[in-house]
Design a protein around this ligand. Structure first.
Ligand code: BGC
Length: 417
């Protein structure tokens, strides 16, 4: 008996270690397929695999994640959702209401998430007070990315307001460059549109329109003005923009074909992946008219209920890893976002990230921290989809007036509510 214990115990123990180290597999659905995004998600895969678990990649290409969400729905309908899926904002709640998400409270408690996360973030990760998702980062959406060389050649400064934009853009066009790099996809149109709305309307207006869905605001003269200014930007976008991916648009700024792009700071991930330096090779400024304002977009993974206990362990390890400093730092350096976890060192972060961290704190204090409509933070995907349709149809249809767009917007939002 003594011998049995002596010889078997280590074997059982080593088997136990091997089992927990090998067996857990997590299938992770995400839409991070551009250069900067792929480098970022590789950090998570690597950290998870170092713990002995297996990462099953489920990448669905398509910026903004619309295609990924369609695929997720069909997998869920067939009763086979992945262990983790990149689901954001109010949609987390919708998935939790279906009873499909797993409770992460014990991981959250051990990791002290309640203390480490701003309440505005932790609230969104919970359903009925229980964690069902884990946040990855904070992206600022209202950025203008610029190639300083192009501005130098055109002899103009980078515009600070939408009112100043046309003069600068005209000069850039005259100098033979594309003023605005853009991809004609609904979510990119919506990203540009919300930047114009925030810059021209202000935070209060933005909140009333896209958070409260206040009909008077949606139908206001201000909104007509915003749609007009938005449509005016068309002439600064090249004719090949239809269907172009966002990162291809970013590469036009990187290689000096275009002067600017209005895009969230995942665009910085592309500059960084191309070996470019913030403040030297590229400039990051708040989108015109939005200095002091901050449209936030938080990436997060919701975790689905699993039957296999080893896979559930791997899933917990994934959730735990995401909130740990090592991941928060390296991932966000690659991704262009800032850590969601408080108390992180800023030492390795560049000028743009520093500016984002400062603006996040300052805007929270002044009421200028607003959720991104285009990135699913301000409303559910139903209402967001309705807004997308109006915005993109208007932007691409010469025959529609700004007044038509406003009428349609109010109608579409009302119907989707
Ligand atoms: C996501 C980012 C992603 C971007 C482009 C956004 O909605 O939050 O993480 O990089 O879409 O795909």
């Amino acid at each position: 008996m003594k011998n049995f214990k002596k010889y078997l115990a280590p074997i059982v123990l080593s088997c136990a270690t091997v089992t927990s180290a090998q067996a857990g597999e997590v299938e992770v659905l995400h839409w991070w397929t551009s250069g900067g995004e792929a480098a970022s998600v590789a950090v998570l895969k690597d950290l998870l695999e170092k713990q002995g678990h297996t990462w099953k990649d489920f990448a669905v290409a398509g910026g903004g994640g619309e295609s990924a969400m369609t695929v997720l729905k069909s997998r869920a309908v067939s009763g086979n959702p992945p262990a983790a899926a990149q689901i954001k904002g109010l949609d987390i709640q919708e998935w939790a209401d279906l009873g499909l998400l797993t409770n992460l409270d014990s991981v959250a408690e051990q990791g002290n998430w309640d203390k480490l996360l701003p309440k505005v973030v932790s609230d969104v990760m919970k359903s009925e007070g229980h964690y069902v998702a884990v946040p990855v980062n904070v992206h600022r959406v209202n950025w203008l990315w610029a190639n300083p060389e192009v501005f130098k050649k055109a002899g103009v400064g980078i515009p600070n307001t939408w009112e100043d934009f046309p003069a600068a853009a005209d000069a850039i066009q005259k100098a033979g460059f594309i003023p605005l790099a853009h991809g004609g996809q609904a979510w990119q149109d919506a990203t540009l549109f919300e930047a114009v709305a925030l810059g021209m309307g202000g935070s209060e207006f933005y909140r009333k329109a896209f958070v409260d869905h206040d009909m008077d605001t949606l139908k206001s003269a201000k909104m007509v003005e915003i749609f007009k200014a938005f449509k005016d930007l068309r002439k600064y976008i090249d004719k090949d923009s239809a269907g172009r991916d966002w990162n291809i648009a970013t590469s036009m700024v990187i290689n000096g074909k275009a002067a600017m792009q209005v895009m969230g700071d995942w665009a910085k991930g592309e500059f960084v992946a191309a070996g470019k330096k913030a403040g030297v090779d590229f400039a990051c400024l708040p989108a015109p008219g939005t200095s002091g304002q901050y449209t936030f977009n938080i990436d997060s993974f919701a975790m689905f209920k699993l039957n296999d206990s080893e896979n559930a362990k791997a899933q917990n390890a994934l959730a735990k890893t995401i909130m740990e400093p090592a991941f928060q730092e390296t991932f966000n350096l690659n991704k262009g976002s800032i850590p969601v976890r408080s108390g992180m060192s800023r030492a390795k972060f560049d000028f743009c990230a520093d500016a984002s961290m400062d603006a996040f704190n300052a805007s929270a204090a002044t009421g200028d921290l607003v959720p991104s409509m285009a990135h699913g933070m301000s409303t559910t995907s139903y209402i967001q989809g309705a807004i997308y349709d109006v915005v993109t149809n208007f932007f691409n249809d010469e025959s529609l007036s700004a007044q038509d767009a406003v009428n349609r917007l109010a109608q579409a939002v009302k119907a989707a509510m």
